[in-house]
Ligand binder design. Sequence first.
Ligand code: ADP
Length: 487
Amino acid sequence: MVEAAGLRRVLSVASECVPLIKTGGLADIAGALPSAMAAQGWDMRVLMPAYPGMLDRIAEAAEVWSHPDLFGGPARILAGMAGTAPAEVPMLLLDAPHLFDRPGGPYLGTDGRDHPDNPERFAALSWVAAEIAAEGLSDGWRPELVHAHDWQGALAPVYLRYRGIACASVLTIHNIAFQGLTGAHRLHGLRLPEQAFWDGTLEYYGQISMLKAGLIAADRITTVSPNYARELLRPDFGMGLEGVIASRAGAMVGILNGIDTQVWNPEADPRIIPFNARTLKLKAQNRDRLREDFGLTHVPGPLAVVVSRMSWQKGLDLLPEVVDGFVARGGGLAVLGAGDAAISVALAGVVARYPGRVALRTGYDETLPHRMFAGGDAVLVPSRFEPCGLTQMYGLRYGAVPVVSAVGGLADTVIHANRVALDAGCATGVVFPQVDATGLSQALDQLCDLYAEPAVFRAMQRAGMKQDMGWRRSAAAYARLYEDIAR
Ligand code: ADP
């Protein structure tokens, strides 16, 4: 990997990163930040586990670190570039087969349950981050700052603190629902001192909370939207950590995620029939293709899409309750989702009721979302909580009007179509405050009303497509934060 001349150095610590592996939005962010931060004068490398098959996917890999005993086995780091220019990501892949080379996903085994040693696996990742901060890599690269993500990276600031390593740290919360909770008996196995438990850093109701510890030890905390930063202070969103967040409120800031505007560019997307705000009528061809893809034969009203993990968070369990009214008004629905089997069974029931109008694909697909946003008239995101959310932004960019609950980053990125916003030409979607079946069906009714006025609907699509959702502004905010604390 070539040393980026004149740039300052930051180590990003993430459990997943595009283009190598993705289970959710964290991977998109971890993969997009390095090039965004390079434009701000920061050389960011991403430390991530080498899950199966990953070592073959980085170019010109070179060993830059090794250790004979990383939490029970030998480990090394291979540095190299992942992906293709201009979206290449400088990766540091932590090759520790005893921890990461196994069947299943990054977090779950083939039985769908957490890998039992997840605390140790990701503690090891964080421990290595602190090692790199202390000693540097064999190619001479040493970070001025560690930027850790979620509970899997949260112990990095903790190791920095308890090992007395002079390196600044930032911890970003992508989703506070996942906290890395584990039994106190694992303390020594995690190579943490007892003091860290008794001084209240690690301890959470008698257990160890890796996320809490990171929140206390990090120099700064960020989360992925200003609204989620405010919500985290409330018991209904803080998930038991609201007190800790409140105690660190002065160190916390919400920085909205951007999206990769090269990958998500309707004008030059090879997976769709390209279009832009001026050639919006080409969206109709994408809509036809999408209907074919999903076998949706009869959709006279708005065609709504959903691309989502299937979980309680995402509110998809509300869809079966609202679909009758939506279909009655001519609406159609195409869902792509993976996760909770109970939700997909319920949705499959809806598909059986409305063949040709509602369709479901389960599983994970990289191409289909592009075709769905390009062909969809609307994208539904009825989340109960949503730290930032990416699919509403992809929808905005591809002229699929977002219908979103008024939580987290959804409220920060979509401008509700009330009379004032519509008259001012800045409305971009429907934002509903009441996250239940009544709230969602009212929102879908409004979508149908708006869709019935093509000029109004087109104006909303265009306003959304013009919205700046690139990384520049957010990267500048991270750069200001880094400059404040880097030592
Ligand atoms: P979260 O991280 O909570 O899952 P986000 O909206 O922040 O939610 O990010 C989800 C990301 O994963 C988006 O890039 C979305 O397009 C993608 N995604 C979700 N489900 C699927 C799926 N079944 N197939 C392909 N991509 C998906």
